[in-house]
Design a protein around this ligand. Structure first.
Ligand code: ADP
Length: 512
């Protein structure tokens, strides 16, 4: 086992890796930007090193600097977390060339899966079903139209280097293709420095179901069942669960075997995930392989009863996986809500500011993987995902009830978050029936994000409350304090006409 590991990340995943290391008896080195000087991961690590200013391009993404810090502090390995440098083959290679261990797959496997088109070619050769489409990038609009007509509209244009839903465009007719292609290429060039785009058939109404795999250096590869990740907004996951209502033990075994075959084809080692679309007829199609630990890994940990991050570290240290495939049968139901600093009632606009007060849910079956605390400043430099709330219960219905209870216990004051939005999803009958596809959330967005009260009513109620407080402090001096159970004084008690108290009462009654 390693003696010391450097964690090349921040926020909840940095803390997650630190916790795994603490339990394994491994010392940790955190890195941080100026904006994160007071972040919890800095405090929890055994050592912490400032690596630059707030923008990640000047701090968390400086691979050479992170490697230099690892060497200087005597770390033997680097855990990249997710995002940032986790899927950069050049970084994995540079870590290895520096005589350190990259806690993830070999650079060659990252490369093989890094391009969606190359990955499609690789897994097709291994007999893995992929979404119908091309395995080469498009030359021009005429080429794209010809290909799209071959597969039939609608089609999806996708960036070969894609990730995070960027560089993707649904196209319904040939006439729309040239513009869609130009904008997909532009977005891909900006996001990935590579404008290669290819064509896939657009699958109508599928689920996103992915399979977790774990592989050691000695040729052992197992899968850990599926995660259902269909609740997505703009191709980004918001709620994940394990298992999936749509996956039988038989289908799990087949999809699992497919994922293992894909991992073997890539020479995969460590934890990874094969993403699939599962259609209404039970057909599944490989989308891509994520060559890192994923945000949603805890739901698998809870139903399979193991610590994936610890196994990432143990496998990287050369340990043999002691499992057989039959050891992995999901137990109960786990669900995860991503708590983000976004305002759902305002188009999911990022919300910034200071977290004035944080109260975390506890009790049976509740897990909080977060990177925030009371007093944390939430800015715009990094991803808006602040934390994950995860629950585990015997059945799906009980998991939903538990998630609802935990969301109600959670208080985050000071910024807008996705908490209330998640509560509405939990309360939605279609979600409760498990009747969800990757389009479900977008279709239900208006009802799931409608403000609880009209904005003007909220403003008026706030104004009324401020006025009551003000009067109690000034004009009301000497008079008995107004309590919540006192009736509001009538207009006549205050002289001429209806007082602001009456207006406030009427307005608050109207809006409630
Ligand atoms: P990224 O790497 O950018 O996240 P993915 O290939 O993983 O892109 O796709 C992200 C999401 O987009 C999927 O989870 C799914 O919701 C949707 N999607 C991708 N490909 C298709 C397709 N061919 N048909 C329908 N939806 C798709």
């Amino acid at each position: 086992m390693f003696e010391k590991i450097l964690i090349a990340n921040r926020g909840e995943i940095a803390l997650r890796v630190i916790r795994a290391c603490q339990e394994l008896g491994v010392k940790t080195v955190a890195v941080y930007s100026d904006a994160d000087a007071h972040a919890p991961h800095v405090r929890e690590a055994d050592e912490a090193v400032n690596v630059g200013p707030a923008p990640s391009s000047q701090s968390y993404l400086l691979g050479a600097r992170l490697i230099e810090v690892a060497l200087r502090t005597g770390a033997q390995a680097i855990h990249p977390g997710y995002g940032f440098l986790s899927e950069r083959a050049w970084f994995a290679r540079a870590v290895r060339d520096a005589g350190l261990v990259f806690i993830g797959p070999p650079a060659e496997a990252i490369e093989a899966m890094g391009s969606k088109t190359a990955a499609r070619q690789l897994v097709i050769a291994a007999g893995v079903p992929v979404v119908p489409g091309t395995t080469e990038s498009i030359r021009d609009a005429a080429d794209a139209i010809e290909i799209a007509e071959r597969f039939g509209f609608p089609v999806l244009l996708k960036a070969a280097a894609g990730g995070g839903g960027k560089g993707m465009r649904i196209v319904h007719a040939a006439a729309d293709l040239p513009d869609a292609l130009a904008s997909a290429q532009r977005e891909a060039r900006n996001a990935f420095g590579d404008d290669a785009v290819y064509v896939e058939k657009y699958i109508d109404g599928p689920r996103h179901v992915e399979i977790q795999v774990l592989a050691d250096m000695h040729g052992n590869v197992v899968h850990l069942g599926e995660r259902e990740c269909s609740v997505q907004r703009r191709h980004q996951k918001m709620i994940e669960e394990a298992p999936s209502v749509a996956v039988s033990p038989e289908l799990r075994a087949r999809m699992g075997a497919t994922a293992v075959a894909a991992a073997r084809a890539a020479g995969y080692v460590n934890a990874g995930t094969c993403e699939f679309l599962l259609d209404r007829d039970g057909q599944y199609y490989f989308l891509e392989m994520n060559t890192r630990i994923q945000v949603e890994h805890p739901v698998t940990e809870l139903v399979m009863g193991l610590d994936l991050v610890q196994w990432q570290i143990r496998v990287a240290a050369g340990e043999v996986l002691p499992f057989a495939q039959r050891d992995f049968v999901p137990r109960g139901w786990a669900m995860e809500c991503r708590i983000t600093s976004e305002d759902p009632s305002n188009g999911f606009l990022p919300s910034t500011g200071r977290i004035e007060y944080l109260h975390l849910p506890t009790g049976p079956g509740v897990r909080w993987d977060g990177g925030i605390e009371s007093g944390s400043e939430v800015g715009l430099h990094y991803d808006p995902m602040l934390a994950k709330l995860i629950v585990h219960a015997p059945t799906r219905a009980l998991a939903i009830a538990r998630m609802r209870r935990a969301l109600r216990e959670l208080t985050i004051d000071g910024i807008e978050t996705s908490r209330g939005f998640h509560l509405r999803v939990m309360d939605h009958p279609e979600f409760q029936r498990g009747d969800i596809t990757i389009q479900w959330l977008e279709q239900r967005l208006p009802e799931l994000t409608k403000p609880a009260m009209p904005r003007e009513a909220v403003q008026l109620a706030a104004l009324a409350a401020a006025l009551v407080a003000h009067e109690e402090r000034t004009a009301g001096r000497g008079a008995p304090a107004v309590t919540a159970t006192d009736p509001l004084p009538s207009a006549s008690a205050h002289g001429n006409g209806p007082s602001w108290r009456d207006v406030a009462r009427r307005e608050s009654l109207r809006s409630s």
